[in-house]
Design a protein around this ligand. Structure first.
Ligand SMILES: [Zn+2]
Length: 318
């Protein structure tokens, strides 16, 4: 179960220790790129505050799991925390717990909320009641008011060991191997990628782009192909990055460090057919495409630029 992974982490054990050692700690901010993971961890922290063994069987644990615990509130109620949510939190904070001896607010993705909502929430965080705990989660600290951050005990959640993630993956061996690389140690991201039915097709497309793109006619073909996978554009970009990095590792005689271990044959072919100069010149092209994608440039333009620039690099490095 995912809960076993969470309980095994240093982050969780350090949380238990810090709560044990200090009665003053009432506000926590969990930081991770994987918002699913940080919410799971926040939920576990809440259970641990009510049931130190987190037995999963007692009424406290069960009610937290089903989100029906009267003293454990999950916010935001919709996608992001609004001023109304913050007002409710402030009000509810002053009401005594009914089922247990603590009142816990889990506020996920605080970085998605408006400044007004954060300001309103600050009032609660500034005047903590002894029985009240706040567990916030976030991916991006830059979007949180410094006054909120300074009130919190920050916990940067570590990535999960790949071997621990493996049992939860949903694809076949090849898909799972690709997902583990692309997931970068983030539990939910890796599981989601392993569910992609077309991951191996994307892998083949990326190796084809690197190996077979040699004319403008082929460029048009690949542009069309990539646009067919338009929802998976970021996966394609990430995959290209890994392939190029792995091919460069083989060039550097560091075969044992490559990430796509199951696909050594394909990577070796890329490495033998393209020069170091060519492979390393692809990297700024990819970075540019990533940036454009982030800023929502027209997808056709991004893909067209990417493929044409790849072709130019290949031509110049011949
Ligand atoms: Zn329990």
């Amino acid at each position: 179960m995912i809960i076993d992974i969470l309980k095994n982490t240093d982050d969780y054990n350090e949380f238990l220790q810090s709560v044990k050692n200090s009665q003053q700690m009432h506000t926590f901010l969990l930081i991770s790129k994987d918002s699913f993971y940080s919410l799971e961890m926040a939920t576990l922290f809440a259970k641990a505050l009510l049931c130190p063994e987190t037995c999963e069987l007692c009424p406290n644990c069960k009610k937290v799991n089903s989100r029906t615990h009267p003293d454990v509130k999950f916010y935001p109620e919709n996608k992001k925390l609004l001023v109304e949510d913050s007002k409710k939190i402030v009000e509810e904070s002053s009401i005594k717990p009914i089922f247990s001896d603590k009142k816990i607010f889990i506020i996920s993705s605080i970085d998605n909320s408006t400044e007004e909502a954060q300001n309103k929430l600050l009032k609660s965080l500034e005047e903590p009641n002894d029985a009240v705990y706040y567990i916030l989660t976030a991916t991006n600290l830059d979007k949180i008011l410094p006054t909120i951050i300074s009130r919190c005990n920050k916990i940067e959640l570590s990535q999960v060991n790949k071997n621990e993630i493996k049992p939860f993956l949903k694809g076949d061996d090849c898909t799972n191997e690709l997902a583990l690389c692309l997931g970068g140690g983030y539990l939910n991201k890796t599981i989601e990628i392993s569910k992609m039915k077309n991951l191996q097709e994307i892998f083949e497309l990326c190796t084809d782009i690197l190996l077979k793109l040699n004319s403008s006619k082929q460029a048009l073909f690949f542009v069309k192909k990539i646009l067919d996978f338009k929802n998976d554009f970021n996966t394609i970009i990430e995959m290209l990055c890994f392939l190029i990095e792995d091919a460069l590792l083989i060039k550097a005689q560091k075969k044992e460090e490559i990430k796509f271990k199951l696909f050594e044959k394909e990577i070796s072919q890329i490495s033998s057919e393209l020069s170091i100069k060519c492979l390393s010149s692809f990297i700024p092209v990819i970075n540019k495409a990533m940036k454009e994608s982030f800023f929502n440039v027209n997808p056709f333009l991004i893909v067209d630029n990417l493929v044409m620039n790849f072709l130019e690099v290949k031509y110049l490095c011949k």
